[in-house]
Design a protein around this ligand. Sequence first.
Ligand SMILES: [Cu+2]
Length: 122
Amino acid sequence: MNRNLGKSRAFLLTGALLLSVAAVSVATGPTVGASSTSSTSNTITISNFMFKPMVLKVSPGATIKVINKDTSVHTVDATGGQFNTGNILPGKTKSFKAPTKPGKYHYICAIHTFMKGTIVVK
Ligand SMILES: [Cu+2]
């Protein structure tokens, strides 16, 4: 009797372990695609009123190219004033220099201020 009780306890324990392993793999699953929002190339593409990538990593003083694929005028304006492309007309490309000081620089489109992006200088 006691032996059987011990066996069923071990079985329950194994089941609980398997369940917790399954829960962990489900929780970590969606983070796989997260890296697609950042990039190491020096190009920002604007389409559908969005900057891509949302986070751009560059070297200090790197030249950053901005391609406007929208039919609307956009800008890339650092909220701290470190850089500003001025108007980029539809279908046009402009370049600017990244700051030389390492750090995180947030920018917006001065015309559509809901458009936000970040440049990480490293
Ligand atoms: Cu805009």
